[in-house]
Design a protein around this ligand. Structure first.
Ligand SMILES: *Cc1c(COP(=O)(O)O)cnc(C)c1O
Length: 389
């Protein structure tokens, strides 16, 4: 039988990492000493107290049943408390907090609640892939907002023309940003609120990296600015904050009508988060503050080894104030892809080509700080000898 895929799958952008993935597997198979800076997944384990709570909770058979779709009251309360403590944002746990099976799930599903075929969605480029694919699945037309160096990797809202802005129903923003490592200030969020109000656009702010920050910098939340809750929601996650990517716990918080729409979609697709995982998530939120500083010290050290080292070698790269990503401009005659390829071929270092995150990511490669400083120093050494010797 001829299996024919739906149009929506054909509309997805080509998976540009395939060739790199293949080359990486081949190199690993040959026993080459790979240093993998390609994966945006914390390499350090989930805190012990979270694991212990999962064990304890999963021994209780009442956790084995379907979970309520909106999550445990206790989890929603803890999420609200965490937002209050961290951002001084007031959230009603009853309907202004919605637990998710990881924030990716909510990001990918939210357009289904608000987009009709032909509506436009504003998506940053480069950007986290589900902003685009979720919009495509809902039948949206995607309007990309380029994140350019000259704008400090913030979208230029003034450049979004009247007609496009009027057709738009939803927009994604993401600070601290993956893949550029850029941050924004409250003034930017104020501008977003104004833009969204004027054009009646639902704002989806993705703050997955708000706790991964360095040099005393503390990223703001979209919900810290006046009027934000009138126009949108913020996505957050335990994944990066508490080294819990595999656990699948995230949340959307903010506008209750927007969350009701997302909850309705979810009620028809999933059946909630394993209750024992929710109970472990409560512990993470309660006690996690003590983990944050230790984690960020680890990332600061890695960042400094890699960026200082490469800068010294002659590869000029900016130090990010947040996220574990280094957004490095290509050098020589290289484009994103050829640099990623030659780095792997000649130095056994895996990086991600920037254009894999969208056309406007061309001219950069992304390196993730998910390996030890010793390995990063080794990476610097190899790059220096091979390209700058
Ligand atoms: C990792 C990441 C997330 C978190 O995804 P989860 O589904 O919560 O694990 C969200 N947004 C961005 C930009 C990310 O890089």
């Amino acid at each position: 039988m001829n299996i024919d895929y739906a149009e929506r799958l054909k509309l997805l952008p080509p998976y540009l990492f395939e060739e790199i993935d293949k080359a990486k597997k081949k190199a690993a198979g040959e026993g080459r000493p790979i240093i993998d800076l390609g994966v945006g997944d914390p390499d350090t384990p989930t805190p012990q107290f979270v694991i212990e709570e999962l064990y304890k909770a999963s021994c209780d058979p009442t956790t084995h049943k379907y979970a309520l779709n909106r999550g445990l009251v206790g989890l929603r309360e803890e999420m609200a408390k965490w937002y209050k403590r961290r951002f001084n944002a007031d959230l009603d746990p009853a309907d202004e907090v919605l637990p998710l099976l990881g924030s990716k799930e909510g990001i990918a599903h939210i357009p289904l609640a608000f987009i009709d075929p032909g509506d436009e969605v504003l998506v940053p480029s480069p950007g986290y892939p589900p902003y685009n694919s979720g919009a495509i699945f809902a039948g949206a037309r995607v309007h990309f907002m380029p994140l350019l160096k000259e704008n400090n990797f913030l979208p230029d809202l003034d450049s979004i023309e009247g007609d496009v802005a009027r057709r738009c129903k939803l927009m994604h923003i993401n600070y601290p940003n993956n893949p550029t490592g850029a941050v924004c200030d409250k003034a930017f969020y104020e501008k977003v609120v104004e833009f969204a109000k004027k054009n009646e656009i639902i704002v989806c702010s993705d703050a997955a990296y708000s706790e991964m920050c360095f040099d005393g910098y503390e990223p703001p939340s979209f919900l810290e600015v006046d009027g934000a809750k009138d126009v949108g929601v913020e996505f957050h996650s335990l994944s990066k904050t508490f080294n819990m990517t595999g656990w699948r716990v995230g949340m959307a918080v903010g506008n209750r009508e927007v969350l009701n729409g997302l909850a309705k979609v979810k009620a028809n697709i999933d059946s909630g988060i394993f209750t024992a995982v929710q109970l472990a998530g409560i512990e993470a939120l309660k006690q996690g503050d003590k983990v944050k500083n230790a984690m960020n010290e680890i990332y600061t050290k890695r960042r400094d080894v890699l960026v200082d080292g490469l800068n010294e070698a002659g590869w000029e790269i900016k130090k990010p104030l947040a996220t574990f990503y280094i957004w490095a401009p290509v050098f020589g005659d290289h484009d994103s892809f050829s640099l990623a390829k030659v780095l792997l071929e000649k130095t056994d270092i895996v990086v991600t080509p920037g254009n894999g995150f969208g056309l406007s990511g061309e001219g950069y490669v992304r390196m993730a700080l998910t390996v030890d400083p010793e390995k990063l120093a080794e990476a610097v050494d190899r790059i220096k000898k091979t390209f700058f010797g």
